[in-house]
Design a protein around this ligand. Structure first.
Ligand code: UDP
Ligand code: MG
Length: 322
């Protein structure tokens, strides 16, 4: 199928983690939208090891409409991006749309995404208008987007928004990637020829609170960074070269000073604390550097162990044909 062809079958994938408060509304609203698009569709809900009634709500929806609503239950919490990957492994549509379960991304935007994809785009990103998140989250996102733009070379303004559409071949390419720590929007873009971005509405979380604690958020940022570039390691090398060069210049200067002025001046002794200061700075930088290398090595280790990225315990609704 050519990518500019009409989209006949749409798959929607939603990761769900303890979202019982808004899940029913999400299902109702999404199904209402999907019923109106005039195409075949499937709605895949992935339960990422929720400890509340989310799985029961999804299963009930699957029982009601087994042809269209598929519930995929993972055996424990693997994280949002792994859950989406589990959903991707089941999709059958020409276009795959991802969405958050908390209704921050209105499902009513789905037809706009389909229209944008039909214009010949492999990936359709979105930019949240009047984003309803804390100042800290918005500021962090700004930096991340800047870095992501530089690293992927794809100009997108909002990598954090998960309301996105991917053509099927992009999803298949993503499924072939075996790394355990991924950041799906960046991974998707790295396989796309044509991309576009459309503005979408953004709302407050419908119920419950963000599933990302500060630590999970930091981990996600490291995933994002390490999944797209090894640049930090290179910066480290450059910095090492620079530091070594400075050290060399300094030692030449000290030797010359010793020859010209002897040790009559108190410069060498007076500089003890300056030396300490410089040493602490360099030790600090070295530690950051080692930590950075550790982040990569940790991920390499995980990939070498090659444990499954997720484990599907149960699928309700129509089973996806492989
Ligand atoms: N989520 C998940 N597993 C997790 C954390 C989050 O499946 O370990 C889902 C969550 O249910 C929601 C989406 O990922 O559908 C985004 O999470 P959240 O809204 O908490 O993130 P935020 O909007 O604060 O970035
Ligand atoms: Mg949210």
């Amino acid at each position: 199928m050519k990518k500019s062809d009409k989209i006949e079958f749409v798959s929607v994938v939603v990761p769900v983690y303890n979202e019982e408060g808004c899940l029913q509304e999400l299902i109702d609203r999404t199904l209402a939208v999907l019923d109106g698009i005039g195409r075949r569709f499937e709605f895949i809900l992935v339960d990422d090891g929720s400890r509340d009634c989310s799985a029961e709500i999804m299963k009930a929806a699957s029982e009601k409409r087994p042809d269209q609503v598929i519930s995929c239950i993972l055996n424990r919490n693997y994280g949002q991006h792994s859950a989406i990957m589990a959903g991707f492994s089941l999709v059958r549509g020409d276009l795959v749309i991802t969405l958050d379960a908390d209704l921050q991304n209105p499902p009513e935007e789905i037809p706009n995404l389909i229209a944008a994809a039909e214009e010949g785009n492999d990936v359709v990103g979105t930019v949240r208008q009047k984003r309803k998140d804390t100042l800290f989250r918005r500021f962090a996102s700004k930096i991340v987007n800047r870095v992501a733009q530089k690293a992927t070379g794809v100009k997108m303004n909002d990598y954090g928004c998960m309301l996105r559409a991917y053509r099927r071949h992009i999803v298949e390419a993503m499924l072939q990637c075996n790394e355990r720590s991924t950041f799906i929007p960046v991974l998707g873009n790295s396989f796309a020829r044509n991309t576009c971005e459309i503005p979408v509405k953004h709302s407050e979380r419908a119920s419950g609170e963000s599933k990302y604690s500060l630590w999970k958020l930091i981990n996600l940022q490291f995933n994002l960074l390490t999944c797209m570039t090894t640049m930090p390691l290179r910066i480290l090398t450059y910095f090492g070269i620079f530091a070594a060069f400075c050290g060399y210049v300094l030692s030449v200067y000290i030797v010359i000073r010793r020859f010209c002025w002897g040790d009559g001046d108190s410069w060498g002794q007076g500089g003890v604390f300056t030396l300490f200061a410089v040493m602490f700075i360099f030790t600090g930088i070295q530690m950051i550097g080692i930590g950075m290398i550790g982040e990569y090595i940790g991920r390499i280790y995980n990939d070498v162990r090659a444990r499954p990225r997720y484990f599907i315990e149960e699928i309700c609704g129509r089973k996806a044909e492989k």
